[in-house]
Design a protein. Structure first.
Lengths: 160, 202
């Protein structure tokens, strides 16, 4: 009997799956880093309008969000059919915008306050009256930097 | 005492655990679209300030009524023509003497705006106007300014205004950022964004 048994030549060796976890972990880390957990649960319809003259909002920690739109179907019975403002996780009145801005400011470092941007995430079907009211409140608390959050696309798509 | 070799942990199920986590993050990921039109609101007005008197020809009135119709200088207009009309108004340069505009390429019509630095676009909207319509109009007006700024930046610095702004935000930009900032300011001064918004009508 020979000491070194010759391999049978025709058979293929099995593919090693030992590096599979590494590949999966790599993907996992990518998605973990790229994920932004949604801060607020939306209670309103929020179909943003489209525009093409847009800028990116890079520094996420310097942005505060004001949402507005019609309450989504499950909140309609309690919140009505008219467009409402949502601040953090609840419906709010126009008069609560000021308090919201002041609270957001208090939560940040003093040197960051002049760079705060208010992002208005407003549903395309909302009336301008409500938007005008929000803007008026923001002016009164000197939160003058605003950003109308939109999706990117041609402006004529707004009428479809 | 004989040392027992520690039994090897079976790592075969590690892939399964990693897959589970991976699928969780795949499902929860929303690559957020936080882009939009940036604007600056005017500071709150004091009661006793008299607004400066502007020449009627230096004001470009854009109005949106409650049926989302666009009225420019009191005549109806399609949205697609608004950008062109705004450019024509801003770039007119009809002024003479100290108000003349050297870089304007417009028709120099004396009944339209004197100088881009004097020209004001006034946007009025109704309380019932649709927000999407309003954004579309805002977008066209901002586009008019950007087009003109691009043209001037191309002429003076050989690259578009948008490229200059992009370079300014780029960390790998090789040139001097302070100079770039000044150049951007100069272009902005040639066509300052004077977009006034009235309180929405009832």
């Amino acid at each position: 009997m020979s000491k070194f048994k010759k391999k049978k030549s025709g058979e293929l060796p099995p593919v090693s799956t030992a590096s599979l976890p590494d590949i999966v972990f790599m993907l996992l880390f990518f998605f973990m880093v790229a994920t932004v957990m949604r801060k607020n649960t939306l209670m309103i319809d929020n179909k943003l309008p489209v525009a093409d003259q847009i800028e990116k909002l890079d520094k996420k920690n310097l942005v505060m969000y004001i949402y507005a739109g019609k309450p989504s179907s499950r909140y309609r019975s309690s919140a009505g059919n008219q467009a409402r403002i949502q601040l953090n996780d609840k419906f709010a009145d126009v008069s609560e915008v000021k308090a919201f801005v002041l609270a957001e400011r208090a939560a940040r470092r003093e040197e960051e306050i002049p760079f705060l941007i208010t992002a208005l995430k407003i549903d395309g079907k909302t009336n301008m009256g409500l938007v005008g009211d929000i803007k008026k409140e923001l002016r009164e608390v000197q939160a003058l930097k605003i950003n109308y959050t939109t999706k990117s696309g041609s402006a004529t798509d707004n009428f479809k | 005492m004989a040392r027992r070799a520690a039994p090897e942990v079976n790592a075969g199920s590690m892939a399964d655990i990693a897959f589970l986590l991976l699928i969780f993050f795949l499902v929860t990921t929303t690559i957020e679209t936080d882009t939009g039109i940036s604007r600056k609101l005017p500071p709150p007005q004091e009661e006793d300030v008299i607004p400066p008197v502007l020449k009627q020809k230096n004001i470009f009135v854009v109005e949106l009524n409650k049926n989302n119709d666009l009225l420019v200088e009191e005549s109806p207009m399609e949205l697609k023509d608004l950008r062109e009309a705004a450019i024509k108004f801003l770039d007119n340069g009809g002024g003479a003497g100290s108000e003349a505009c050297k870089y304007c390429q417009g028709s120099r019509d004396p009944s339209s705006s004197d100088n881009p630095t004097k020209a004001v676009i006034s946007l009025n909207n109704n309380r019932e106007t649709n927000y999407a319509t309003y954004i579309a109009v805002q977008n066209e007006l901002v586009a008019a300014y950007t087009t003109l700024r691009n043209r001037e930046a191309q002429r003076i610095y050989g690259k578009t205004f948008e490229q200059m702004e992009k370079d300014f935000d780029d960390v790998n930009f090789s040139g001097s950022k302070t100079k770039l900032k000044e150049d951007i300011k100069k272009i902005q001064a040639l066509f300052p964004e004077k977009l006034s918004e009235a309180e929405p009508k009832k």
